[in-house]
Ligand binder design. Structure first.
Ligand SMILES: C[S@@+](CC[C@H](N)C(=O)[O-])C[C@H]1O[C@@H](n2cnc3c(N)ncnc32)[C@H](O)[C@@H]1O
Length: 242
């Protein structure tokens, strides 16, 4: 088991007992506003003590919230990728404002393989199950590229879990946050298939936000959630490359 002493065991999955002070950032309207998933990932980074002195890769960086937190925690270096040019600009601006040395790059997360290996990979990728046809216009909650992830929510999760060993040095670690609705066991299975042992090190139940609320009926009708459920569990998975 990894670092279990750091977490309380009052619920079925581990929860974190303290929160890390948030980096001060500003977020453009067309960039993902850091939310509970962003905060849970940063808290897990802090509790795991994996970041200080390490070469960190932040995939799907958005505003740079997670990358800047890594810099503030004392990482040796932090490289950040996002496919959206608005996010890249926003991350660069926030890093400059915070005085954080973030090497931010525009591109798919997969492009980071060219810069590997890293000691630690952190990621808050899109993971929200998405109905056929684009309903994002009717939700109007921000950039849909930040959450839409195919019908099962695993459009990025699956390839990311499979590619994790290519991004990491031997002994390196992955911290990955997503909703349990996208399948915790699937992530653990994919990681295992790729040769990495993973486990949930943090979790938190939160009420549905605007995107999940707008999709709740479709999620119910397709059996992805029980009828009446309007909350989801976020999890942080830690996986190790041997
Ligand atoms: C849920 S947001 C997370 C943002 C930030 N890391 C945070 O925690 O607040 C996901 C981000 O992934 C980016 N993204 C989506 N598809 C991507 C891809 N294929 N490669 C890199 N980034 C991607 C989006 O632009 C968005 O900024």
């Amino acid at each position: 088991m990894i670092g279990t002493a750091l977490f309380s065991r009052l619920t079925e999955r581990p929860t974190l007992t303290t929160t890390y002070p948030e980096p001060a950032i500003s977020v453009a309207h067309n960039v993902y506003q850091p939310q509970e998933d962003s905060r849970l990932l940063v808290d897990a980074m802090h509790h795991s003590a994996l970041i200080p002195g390490r070469r960190v890769l932040d995939l799907c960086t958005g505003s740079g919230f997670v990358a800047i937190a890594a810099a503030e925690m004392g990482c040796a270096s932090v490289t950040a990728f996002d496919i959206c040019p608005h996010a890249v600009r926003c991350c660069g601006d926030n890093a400059a404002l915070a005085g954080a040395a973030v090497d931010v790059r525009e591109g798919s997360w997969l492009d980071a393989v060219d810069l590997a290996p890293f000691d630690v990979v952190v990621a808050n990728p899109p993971y929200v199950p998405t109905p056929p046809g684009d309903d994002s216009g009717s939700i109007g909650a921000g950039p849909s590229v930040a959450w839409n992830a195919g019908s099962d929510g695993r459009l990025i999760l699956d390839p990311l879990c499979e590619a994790a060993p290519k991004l990491l040095c031997d002994g390196g670690s992955l911290l990955l946050v997503h909703s349990a609705i996208a399948g915790v066991q699937q992530s653990l299975d994919r990681l295992k298939w790729a040769g990495m042992e993973g486990e949930v090190i943090a979790s938190k139940w939160i009420p549905f936000g605007p995107v999940m609320s707008a999709r709740a009926k479709w999620l119910e009708d397709t059996g992805r959630i029980p009828r009446g459920r309007r909350e989801e569990e976020l999890v942080v998975i830690r996986a190790e490359k041997p």
